[in-house]
Design a protein around this ligand. Structure first.
Ligand code: SF4
Ligand code: SF4
Length: 85
């Protein structure tokens, strides 16, 4: 979904709006530092993070690059990096 002037998005659940096209910064996760505490999965407003077989993965269709997950990670396992497109 493209971001329109005024940052308007249709109402609905997070999974109704694919906000991945908004992203400038991409969360990258150091799996060696991650303790699988689950904070990032809970805090992500777009439900874009998931524990898949003991590894936190990012759903690029939904991650808007807000950085909340990196802010809330207690072990600093998440780094926001400028995404090359
Ligand atoms: S940056 Fe992190 S908190 Fe923000 S949408 Fe992406 S995965 Fe979720
Ligand atoms: S908040 Fe950090 S340590 Fe916790 S599951 Fe997410 S990446 Fe891993």
């Amino acid at each position: 979904m493209a971001l329109r002037i005024g940052c308007c998005a249709p109402p609905g659940k997070a999974c109704d709006n694919k906000t991945g096209s908004w992203r400038v910064f991409l969360p990258t996760i150091d799996q060696d530092t991650c303790t699988l505490c689950g904070n990032c999965v809970l805090i992500c407003p777009e439900t874009a993070l998931e524990d898949v077989d003991g590894k936190i993965v990012v759903d690029l269709d939904y991650c808007k690059g807000c950085g909340l997950c990196a802010e809330e990670c207690p072990t600093d396992a998440i780094t926001m990096k400028l995404e090359e497109k």
